[in-house]
Design a protein around this ligand. Structure first.
Ligand code: PEP
Length: 263
């Protein structure tokens, strides 16, 4: 279902009126985690200033440590819905378990499957039945083939509106959190008709690399990028070192404008 038929153009996925696919360079931006209504609204305003057309933000957070901030849950979803109302930005947010799919789909415009859940097959099947577009992160230890098979699980249950997201893989390199596999962009686009976006924030784990890697993603043919933005990154409850702040917005906006000129 997700394979590319030679000679047939790749698909465009529509997220509440926002197209992602060939001919687009979609910027998705927002906080790693929803913390407060003010923080989320301020992050959304920064996202708009950078040229974003979709708002990201986690209400259910998959943290390595059980002692880290786990997200606000449904309260976070309500904040995202309020900020959508205020800014007009459709919302992308992660769902962690099959049992929460209905709840999250009640608020979100697009359901995100995180890297740690890429092979959670009951979850993939549940989001496939939810009637919402899906952002499918690549597992940090997954091959491109395994990633596409995960997309197939979703597609089999009825949802073909799937956007693949390359977010870095585990390698021996320690200067970044994960290694952005830039070659996965054209490889996946060659094998699948689904759009492919890149998350430079979660792959590098470093703010200084977010704009350069966004430019690399565009040069490799990505259909968009998803970036962490926070009004005060130093106070962020989740992944602060990778979040862009207000002072970084002009540079991100320039990268997005340059990408749009290349379209
Ligand atoms: C996220 O985007 O909030 C996230 C946790 O990303 P990943 O699953 O790629 O680590």
């Amino acid at each position: 279902l997700v394979s590319r038929v030679p000679g047939v153009e790749r698909s465009v996925v529509d997220v509440a009126g926002v197209p992602i696919g060939p001919g687009t360079m979609t910027l998705i931006a927002g906080p790693c985690a929803v913390e407060t209504p003010e923080q989320t609204l301020q992050a959304a305003r920064l996202a708009l200033a950078a040229g974003a057309v979709l708002l990201r933000g986690g209400a259910f957070k998959p943290r390595t440590s059980p002692y880290s901030f786990q997200g606000l849950g449904e309260r976070g979803l309500r904040i995202l819905a309020d900020v959508r109302e205020e800014t007009g930005l459709p919302v992308v947010t992660e769902v962690l378990s099959a049992g929460d799919v209905e709840l999250v789909a009640g608020y979100a415009d697009m359901l995100q499957i995180g890297t740690r859940n890429m092979q959670n097959f009951p979850l993939l099947q549940a989001v496939g039945e939810a009637g919402r577009p899906v952002l499918l992160k690549r597992g940090m230890n997954a091959t491109v083939e395994e990633w596409l098979m995960a997309a197939e699980y979703i597609a089999q249950r009825g949802t073909l509106d799937i956007v693949l997201c390359e977010r870095g893989i585990r390698t021996f390199e320690t200067s970044t959190r994960n290694t952005l596999d830039i070659s996965a962009v054209p490889v996946a686009q060659g094998l699948s008709h689904l759009p492919v976006v890149v998350d430079p924030s979660h792959s590098a784990g470093r703010r200084d690399l977010v704009v350069p890697l966004s430019r690399a993603a565009v040069a490799a043919g990505a259909d968009g990028v998803i970036v962490d933005l926070h009004p005060r990154p130093e106070t962020s409850l989740c992944d602060g070192p990778q979040a862009l702040g207000g002072q970084d917005v002009p540079e991100l906006a320039r990268a997005v404008e340059d990408a749009a000129r290349l379209m």
